[in-house]
Structure formats: structure tokens, C-alpha cells
Design a protein around this ligand. Sequence first.
Ligand SMILES: Cc1cc2nc3c(=O)[nH]c(=O)nc-3n(C[C@H](O)[C@H](O)[C@H](O)COP(=O)(O)O)c2cc1C
Length: 149
Amino acid sequence: MTDIVIFVGTESGNAQMVGEALNDELSRLDHDVEIIEEFDDGLAVLDGHETVIISCSTHGLGELPDNIIPLFEAMEQEKPDLSHMKYGVIALGDQTYSDTFCKAGKDMDDIFAACGAKRVGDRLEVDACTQPLPDEEAIDWVKEWLTLL
Ligand SMILES: Cc1cc2nc3c(=O)[nH]c(=O)nc-3n(C[C@H](O)[C@H](O)[C@H](O)COP(=O)(O)O)c2cc1C
């Protein structure tokens, strides 16, 4: 059993739906799961966690969802040492935005790596144009991800 925290960055709920689907699946597999969607306290959400999944959409032209910006900015400014942490990324986007496809998920990936955390597995990039059921794709991804922890 692993303690897993899911950080959700969302504007209109898809990344949250993915987070909840992962929560259900991971709980069913007897992991201890917490979902976090509020990041107003900046780095505090990182305390005590060693295994993280980031489920994050992209908005504007390649921008982070508003709710997760405080975490990103605090990490960028303070560069906490996350060398003890493993993480996975599910980036939600839309290929129509070809220049900024999944950019916020990629930015979250980069900032965790820059702080020394180790990404487990490949980043999942979900295209809203071709994948109407991101939660199903995410569940398939997390089953594989668990084997790599
Ligand atoms: C106004 C708007 C801007 C968007 N900009 C981008 C973008 O720059 N890059 C991208 O890959 N997807 C973009 N998307 C697509 C969203 O990331 C995608 O629909 C995602 O599933 C939304 O997830 P959410 O409901 O968790 O916010 C945009 C969507 C909207 C409505």
C-alpha cells in the first residue's frame, strides 16, 4: 500500500474528474489517497508526501489553471528539495491548440523535475478532441504507473 496524493489543476472540471477516477481506482487497490485542489498555501501541500500524481489541464494560450498557480509560483521561487519524491503527470489539453498542447502539464512536470523529484513513467497527454473519456485513459495509465513505482 502506498500513500498517494493527487494534485488537481482545473478550470472546468475535467482534470478533477480524472483525479476522482484515480482516487476510486487507487483506493480500490488499497492505496491511501488524498486529492488536493486548493493551493493557496503554496508549498505547504508538499509536506509529508512522497508519491504524487499531478492531473492538470491547460487554459488560455498555454496557461496553468488559476487554482494551481500558487503552487507553481512558490516552487519556481523557492525551489524546494523534492529529491525524496516520485511523481507522475496527467496533462489534459486539446490538439487544436497545437503550439501550446498540454503546456501547463508540461510546465508542472518541469518544475517538479527542477526541484529534484523523480518522474515515474511517461507523462500521459490527453487530447480532448479525440478522447471524450479522459478518466478511462487515466485509469489505464495509472495501472501501468503503479508497476513502475
Ligand atoms: C479557453 C480555453 C483555452 C484552452 N487552451 C488550451 C491550450 O492552450 N492548450 C491545450 O492543450 N488545451 C487548451 N484547452 C483545452 C483544455 O485543456 C481541455 O479542454 C481540458 O480537458 C480542460 O480541462 P479542465 O476542465 O480540467 O480545465 C483550452 C480550453 C479552453 C476552454
